[in-house]
Design a protein around this ligand. Structure first.
Ligand code: ATP
Ligand code: MG
Length: 370
């Protein structure tokens, strides 16, 4: 009678997992905020985490939850087109509420000449985005619907980011029912939050997506296996938790392989987990580390090699000497590597590898090359 169970693990970037490990408090907080009248501080939130920490999955889940609670959502990735993309997405998501061309009536009366004269002007183009959004928000408000915008992979160097954040500040001041949820690597968000024009974001709720605790990994792993019709004993679970090390992407890779290895059984053994962990580790290296490694330039690699001399934290000041370069060179490459999510700056001038496991991978690779 039962359908044959399917593999419940999702080792695909951006996929909402069958069971979200260790994010219960965040999910509850957002659920509460989305059910309220629209003034909960959680409605302006930023989610910060390393590659594979689960940022995109969370944004997607929250956008889905918002829609279930009667909001319209616009989900975009930070890019020069994102402002247009947001309007497009709203129109698509709310076509039944919005008359797709909010400007037409005005344009045919008096705005057209002014608009066409000043269209080349960047400032006016920006104001115009906010004005167009105001029209859209008026219409959503009439229908009693709020708007959630999610921005993934935040790039603080984009002008569009400033335009968007400034406009949101006004929408909030005007008591619009809007939410802004953003995610990115630590560097991107820290830079955005420190920006002058976007000072209101400092009031945003910042969530650091740290590694998931072993306890929560264990629970989620067992529950996900059960969703796929399988059980595991304590030893198997202990081995799995250790191999996962609190890293969501590894959770999915390992679970996926272990489930397949035990596909004709209902019990997953510690031996299954050990074999799966070896495959998963290789897949992690291929998909995350290899891709990251090949993007490095020679100067990036020299920088990281100089960092290997310290067991954990490297002082930026020490690097100039080790590399035999000016401090400007060090700052430039520090910024590149921060942006790629390979290193983080714990405190000013204190650098660390931050992508889990990449330090070891990098050291092994460089040893092969030499
Ligand atoms: N809380 C979680 N519990 C279990 N699995 C998760 C969790 N969060 C994310 N995942 C899974 O981990 C993988 C990576 O998630 P996601 O793509 O959201 O990461 P990311 O932080 O956006 O990474 P990137 O910085 O590379 O974009 C996906 O396969 C996803 O299904
Ligand atoms: Mg992502």
């Amino acid at each position: 009678m039962d359908e044959p169970a399917e593999n419940p693990f999702t080792p695909i970037f951006g996929k909402i997992p069958a069971y979200m490990a260790g994010r219960t408090d965040l999910v509850d907080e957002m659920d509460f905020a989305l059910k309220g009248s629209g003034n909960d501080p959680a409605l302006v939130s930023v989610f910060v985490g390393a590659r594979g920490a689960g940022k995109t999955a969370l944004l997607s889940l929250f956008a889905n939850m918002a829609e279930e609670n009667g909001w319209v959502s616009a989900r975009v990735t930070s890019s020069p087109d994102m402002l247009e993309e947001i309007l497009l997405r709203i129109n698509r998501g709310a076509s039944h509420l919005i008359d797709g061309t909010p400007k037409r009536k005005l344009a045919s009366v008096s705005i057209a000449p002014i608009g066409s004269l000043s269209w080349d002007n960047r400032e006016d183009a920006k104001t115009s985005w906010r004005t167009r959004m105001d029209d859209v928000l008026d219409q959503l408000e009439e229908a009693g619907v709020g708007l959630v915008v999610t921005i993934d992979e935040v790039d603080p160097d984009l002008d569009e980011m400033t335009t968007l954040v400034t406009a949101f500040q006004h929408f909030l001041d005007e008591n619009r029912k809007v939410a802004l949820l953003m995610a990115g690597l630590p560097y991107g968000l820290t830079a955005l939050l420190a920006g002058k024009t976007t000072s209101f974001l400092r009031r945003a709720t910042r969530h650091d997506l740290a590694s998931i605790s072993d306890y929560e990994v264990a629970e989620a792993f067992r529950i996900t296996m059960e969703k796929g019709g399988k059980a595991l004993d304590d030893e198997a679970l202990t081995v799995a938790v250790e191999a996962i090390g609190g890293f969501p992407y590894m959770f999915q890779l390992l679970g996926y392989r272990a489930w397949n290895l035990a596909s004709d059984r209902t019990q997953v053994t510690a031996a299954d987990i050990r074999s799966a962990a070896a495959i998963a580790q290789r897949e992690l290296e291929e998909r995350v580390y290899e891709a990251t490694y090949y993007e490095l330039t020679e100067a990036d690699r020299a920088f990281l090699t100089a960092m290997l001399e310290d067991s954990r934290t490297t002082k930026q000041a020490a690097l100039a000497k080790r590399l035999g370069k000016q401090s400007g060179h060090v700052s430039r490459y520090k910024k590149r590597l921060l942006k790629q999510g390979i290193i983080s700056e714990r405190a000013k001038g204190q650098l660390e590898f931050c992508l889990p496991g990449f330090r070891e991978f990098f050291a092994a690779r460089e040893a092969e090359v030499d």
